[in-house]
Structures are given as C-alpha cells and as structure tokens.
Design a protein around this ligand. Structure first.
Ligand code: SAM
Length: 262
C-alpha cells in the first residue's frame, strides 16, 4: 500500500534536524526517559525489536548497544543515513528503508517487541492508521509487546493555537467535542486518547497500559529549564509515578499505548 503523503513527510524531515530533537530540552528528555523506561519494562533481554519510524536512531542505537537484536525501519532516507552513520558497525542492528503501511519485508510473528514511535504522527487518513496498526500487529509474535506513540489533539491545538498564535483559526476547525480533523498541511496528526485506543478494539491484542509520555512538560519547558539537575531528577521521578494516571494523559503532548498480541 503506497503512502500518498510520503512526499510531505520526507520534505518535512529533510528540512528538520530530528537528530537534535530528543535532547533539545527537558520536555523532550522526559519523553525519551519515559519511553525507554517502558521499553525496558516490557522487552526481555536480547529480545528481537522492530522500531518503525526509527529516524536517526535515538532508541534503536542504544537498544542495540544494550544487546537487543534491533531492526530499525525508517521512511526518510536522510534520517536513516544519519542512523547508519551513528551506529557504525553494531552487529545486532539491521536497518531498512520503508513505509510502516507496508511491512511485506517482514514475515508474520517475527518480533518480540514492535515499537511504532513516529509513524502514527503522520497518518492523516483513518484507513492508513488502521493499516499501520494492523501491519505492526501482524509482524509481532503472539504474546509479543507493541508500543505505539501518538500525539494528542490537545498538543496540536496548544502548539498551533497558543505557541504559534493562531488560536482563533484553530477554534474554527474544531468539532463540538474539541477534535481537530487531521489535515496534511499540519504535518502532524493529533488524536483524542479514546479515539486512538478504539482502533485496537477489533484487533487480536489486549491493552496493557496507556502512558502520558511527557505530560505537560512541553507547556512548562521554560520553567523546567531552570530546575537544578537534582530537582529535574525529582520531577522525573514524580512523572514516572503519575504518568499512568488518566488525569495526566489528555493534556500530555505525547502518549504511549502499550498492548500485547494474543
Ligand atoms: C518524530 S520522529 C520520531 C523518531 C523517533 N522514533 C523518536 O521517537 O525520537 C518520526 C519518524 O517517523 C518516520 N516516519 C513517519 N511516517 C513513517 C512511515 N509511514 N513509515 C516509516 N517511518 C515513518 C519519520 O520519517 C521520522 O523519522
């Protein structure tokens, strides 16, 4: 299945330094710490991990260094080239360029853990979202773990509306429940947590957890920047205690949905 928005996604990442993003500020660091925390919680030693949308290797490379057998799969060649260069000759890291909508390169039931930490951000059509989820589940082993990251609707509204000063224009696009319809022009897609999770209803998976990956950290980034290292560490500890709470989730910028294939 061809991704008709591949050019938009490629064009965005060709002009964006994704490699610098995850360490850009305390909010992105928190997203990274939280995501790694949950990968470690569920991935057994030496597990076979497929990372979809692996980008420049923020997760794939350290995971391979830790001894996991990692396949890094990425749409945008520019990002994959950075990953390959950074990885050097890590023996247990394989790379492949491709689209998360079509995982024909991989047989059914191949991986212990499938990470999709990016592709769902850029799927504007419902049927593509369903297809990406179906493909990720197909290549995961029975009893294997899938971790999906998605962006919340509130994050897109707060970023575009408040931080980019376009709140009146955003308000006109919202439906009566505050949903922002996905349009390729936004480049990023936001989901209401309940809508994202509903997509798994008819799949052969069972939900394990939903997690606020970064909570409101993006919104209070300037204040987090002023914390001492010890206080930031304390903030991270608090976040990891509370990030599974439903009341910490809807306003989180990024969410993780973690499930198990039956
Ligand atoms: C925001 S980055 C996240 C990268 C990394 N996983 C992380 O969390 O730091 C999203 C990545 O997903 C890739 N991507 C987007 N759509 C994709 C698709 N349909 N198939 C494979 N990769 C995709 C992008 O090119 C980009 O490198």
């Amino acid at each position: 299945m061809k991704n008709k928005y591949a050019d938009i996604i490629t064009n965005f990442y060709e002009n964006y330094d994704e490699d610098a993003r995850i360490n850009k500020n305390k909010a992105t660091q928190l997203e990274y710490i939280t995501t790694m925390h949950y990968i470690h919680k569920f991935a057994k030693k030496r597990a076979r991990i497929l990372e979809l949308g692996a980008s420049t290797g923020a997760y794939s490379i350290p995971l391979a260094k830790e001894g996991y057998r990692v396949t890094a799969f990425e749409l945008v060649q520019k990002n994959l080239d950075v990953l390959i260069k950074k990885a050097g000759d890590l023996p247990n890291l394989t790379t492949k360029q491709g689209d998360a909508l079509d995982l024909d390169a991989f047989a059914d039931d191949s991986f212990d853990v499938v990470l999709s930490l990016g592709p769902m951000y850029h799927l504007f059509d419902k049927k593509d979202q369903v297809q990406a989820i179906r493909e990720a589940i197909r290549v995961c082993k029975p009893n294997g773990i899938l971790i999906f990251a998605y962006i919340t609707c509130s994050n897109i509204v707060l970023y575009n509306g408040v931080e980019q000063n376009k709140m009146s224009a955003i308000l006109k696009r919202l439906d009566k429940n505050g949903r922002l319809p996905a349009v390729p022009n936004d480049v990023f897609v936001g989901y209401m947590p309940e809508d994202f999770e509903k997509q798994f209803d008819k799949t052969n998976t069972s939900k394990l957890l939903s997690v606020a990956a970064d909570g409101i950290a993006e919104r209070i980034e300037d204040k987090l920047a002023k914390l001492s290292p010890a206080d930031f560490e304390a903030f991270v500890k608090w976040h990891l205690i509370t990030c599974e709470r439903p009341d910490h989730q809807g306003l989180s910028a990024h969410m993780l949905y973690i499930c198990k294939k039956k």
